[in-house]
Every structure is written in C-alpha cells, then in structure tokens.
Design a protein around this ligand. Sequence first.
Ligand SMILES: [Zn+2]
Length: 171
Amino acid sequence: MSNEQEVITVINAPVYLKYNFTAGAAPSRFLTQIKKGVLTGQRCPKCAGVYVPPRGSCAACGVPTEDEVVLSDKATVQSFTIVSIPIPNNPIQPPFVIANLVPDGASVSFIHLLSECVNEDIHIGQRVQAVWKPKAEWDYAMDNIRYFKPIDEPDVPVAKIGKLPVTGWEG
Ligand SMILES: [Zn+2]
C-alpha cells in the first residue's frame, strides 16, 4: 500500500426511495376532510386531548380516538426555526421559516411553513392562519395549505398554547 494514498472523507451517495403509503383509518378520515378544505382531529375519550393529524389512538392514554373534531385553520406558533441552509431538491430557497403550529381546537402541533412575514419577527405565541391553494388543486394532502401567515390577533401565552377552543383566542 502506497504511503501517498489519500484518506477519503466524503463520498456522494444519493439514496432514492419510492414507496406507497397506506394511510390507515384515522389518517384516511383526516385526508378525506382536508381534500374538502377542512382540518380535523380526533379527541381522546380519556384525557380529552385532540390529535391532529389523528393516528387513531391517544399516545398518552393508549386508548382509541374516534370522536372527530373540526378544527380552525387559525393556529398558534408553538416553536419555529429559520432555515438558512438549502435543502437538496427543495424548491423553497432559504431563508424560510418552519414552525410547529397548534390549530385552534387541537392539543398538539403539526409542522408547516410560515410565509408573508418578516422572519426575524416570528415568535412563540404568534397567531397565524392557513393560506390555502386554489380549491381546484386540493388533494388528499396537507400541502393543500400552501403556508400559514401571521394575522393581527393578540399573542397567546405559552401556558394557553394547545388549550384554545376551536372558536379561537379572545386575548
Ligand atoms: Zn388520552
């Protein structure tokens, strides 16, 4: 072996995985509703927590969730990050904001984009609302919502995030 052999520290090894996803009963109901422009969750019969998207059971109580709950498309920022590094094959160019958002009426957050905002002004407790794609483009997909944008409503205190009724935040 030659002493001049270089140490290889990086190789380019792209991996592509194409697969079909079987949604299951609870996510199927969620996807059927979001195709109509409606966000839905499921309420736990034991702790009353509302999951979105629903998985069909409560992770805390271990019981099935079957009570369907219509949620608002208004939400509160629970946490966020400003992405400054480009993601390969992602058409969205940095900097952009990804946030954990809790829709009104739900107990848990989902991840979505924030836009139409000054990134540096985004903060926990901020009120946002969905910006939907044109109805003709709606499919069985969360990206029927293009992104969420800030709205002119008072911030939600951290202790109240995930505890708002579907009717929203009165301040
Ligand atoms: Zn529960």
